[in-house]
Design a protein around this ligand. Structure first.
Ligand code: AMP
Length: 163
């Protein structure tokens, strides 16, 4: 009986040790970004909801100009040009910025660019025969909202390169 108790006890200890060990290894891989090559890994989204989620939820009003099941476009509240539209995926898919993109994002990235191109052709929105289509990536590069979005700017001449 005593022998049996010891064996059961040591098995429980071993399982617990193994479980902790596996969790530690997985966390190490996660922190090191080693899951990123695995299918759908980029769709894990640990970032907290932000302003665009509130706009999608209708908690903050925005001047929407286009919408479909995957993409929303609205006028930038702090317009940097006569025409300035933001296009973004309704579901962030883990894309707080473009550098997190991987193969599983090809579909949504294509949809964003097609939507941006259509908007850049929309004369009613103030676009003509030219547009500047920009993705800011990182706070040092002008990105303030960590939810991937495409800026479509037009209605005036643009200067390149940016500062
Ligand atoms: P970025 O700086 O590239 O992250 O762009 C974020 C953009 O979101 C900025 O140009 C802001 O002016 C714009 N923005 C922030 N809040 C709102 C809002 N409530 N409605 C419309 N545009 C917004």
């Amino acid at each position: 009986m005593c022998v049996l108790y010891i064996n059961v006890h040591s098995i429980v200890l071993s399982i617990s040790f193994l479980s902790n060990h596996i969790s530690g290894v997985l966390k190490g891989w996660d922190d090191g970004g080693r899951w990123d090559t695995i299918f759908l890994a980029g769709q894990r989204d640990k970032d907290p909801p932000i302003i665009f989620d509130k706009i999608i939820a209708g908690e903050i009003l925005a001047d929407a100009v286009r919408e479909n099941e995957r993409v929303l476009a609205f006028k930038d509240i702090n317009s940097a040009a006569p025409a300035h539209i933001l296009v973004f995926p309704k579901d962030r898919y883990g894309l707080s910025n473009l550098r997190k993109a991987s193969a599983e994002h090809i579909d949504i990235l294509g949809r964003l660019l097609v939507a941006a191109g259509k908007i850049a052709n929309d004369e009613i929105l103030g676009f003509g025969d030219r547009a500047l289509i920009v993705i800011n990536d990182g706070s040092d590069c002008g990105q303030g909202v960590p939810h991937l979005h495409v800026h479509v700017l037009g209605g005036r001449k643009m200067i390149w390169p940016p500062g």
